[in-house]
Design a protein around this ligand. Structure first.
Ligand SMILES: *[C@@H]1O[C@H](CO)[C@@H](O)[C@H](O)[C@H]1NC(C)=O
Ligand SMILES: *[C@@H]1O[C@H](CO)[C@@H](O)[C@H](O)[C@H]1NC(C)=O
Length: 308
């Protein structure tokens, strides 16, 4: 009997470890607030022409804002058409997969799966933009995400606190281990300067300081900022606009297409928009995206946005 007990103990310890690491990431994430104020504000010295000119993508065939692990080489990406696939339940039943796969570059976020959803979301993944909090989810299936045949580029964003390279950055350490185990994996992290730039853009567009307003930028925000620098044209699938949730005719869909039965998308958006701290301002972000789409080659499908 004692060996059975021992096996149980082992799996108990293993499970506890995973839970502990996940909790630590959450705790570290939530204490970001104090840390952020100490950082230099790099992006503010640039004017809006630099940030949003239609020509900027050409300047960023090699982007210094994203560096590889462990070599710290800039991200090399330049694409005529990037298709961003939202993780929204809006993707379900639309059959957009074949159309998405015809795009030269396909961008996805976090751990959103393709297997089992190919008809709706496609098969290919050129770039996966990943939140620091989602890294443990990728590491649950390391062979699938980082293994031999996989040529997807991973771009991870996160606060310095989790991403620092001095041994104290818990998420950085996880990624470094993954890169040792899977030396061919293409893993990049968002530099500190670039993180600050993304905050600066939020402040410039909304007039609100992200940290003081107690919110976090979404992975969608980081994805669009990356795409605007590196893609000549952007198509976005499955993203709702800022007024969608007020419509009588809105569809009730799960927040994530791969979490059927979870909270409805609009309910989740409202919760986040009004959370005093720790929320994502999804609706505010969408109104900024609509503004950008007036001066940038960005188009929205399923649902289509009417941009005047
Ligand atoms: C690589 O991983 C992505 C998930 O990021 C998956 O969609 C894709 O099928 C994988 N590709 C290969 C060739 O294994
Ligand atoms: C927002 O989306 C809804 C539904 O797709 C559409 O009726 C409305 O015109 C859109 N508003 C804007 C400003 O794009």
């Amino acid at each position: 009997l004692s060996w059975i007990w021992e096996e149980n103990l082992k799996s108990f310890i293993a499970t506890s470890l995973v839970v502990a690491v996940t909790l630590l990431v959450v705790v570290v994430t939530n204490s970001e607030k104090s840390n952020f104020l100490l950082l230099p504000v790099f992006g503010q010295t640039f004017n809006s022409d630099w940030m949003f000119s239609k020509q900027t993508y050409k300047a960023f065939k090699l982007h210094p804002g994203y560096v590889s692990i462990p070599k710290e080489e800039p991200l090399e990406l330049h694409c005529d058409l990037c298709t961003i696939v939202s993780s929204s339940g809006q993707m379900l039943g639309q059959g957009a997969g074949p159309q998405i796969d015809r795009s030269p570059c396909v961008l996805r976020t976090n751990n959103a799966p393709t297997v089992g959803f190919e008809m709706d979301v496609g098969r290919r993944t050129t770039v996966r933009v990943v939140s620091h909090t989602s890294v443990p989810l990728l590491l649950q299936k390391p062979q699938y995400f980082f293994g031999q045949e996989n040529d997807t580029t991973y771009v991870v964003w996160g606060p310095l606190r989790n991403m620092r390279k001095d041994g104290k950055g818990i998420v950085y350490n996880m990624l470094q281990q993954a890169s040792e185990k899977y030396p061919r994996a293409r893993i990049y992290i968002t530099t500190d300067e670039r993180m600050n730039h993304c905050d600066t853009v939020f402040k410039k567009e909304t007039g609100k300081d992200r940290v003081q307003s107690g919110s976090y930028l979404s992975t969608g925000w980081f994805t669009l900022i990356l795409a605007m620098d590196m893609c000549k044209e952007i198509h976005i699938y499955g993203m709702i606009n800022d007024t969608y949730c007020k419509l009588e005719s809105k569809r009730t869909v799960p927040y994530h297409y791969y979490e059927v039965g979870s909270r409805d998308e609009c309910a989740e958006y409202l919760l986040h928009e009004n959370a005093p701290h720790g929320g994502h301002r999804f609706i505010t972000e969408k109104s900024v995206f609509a503004k950008w789409a007036k001066t940038h080659p960005i188009k929205f499908f399923k649902p289509q946005w009417q941009l005047s």
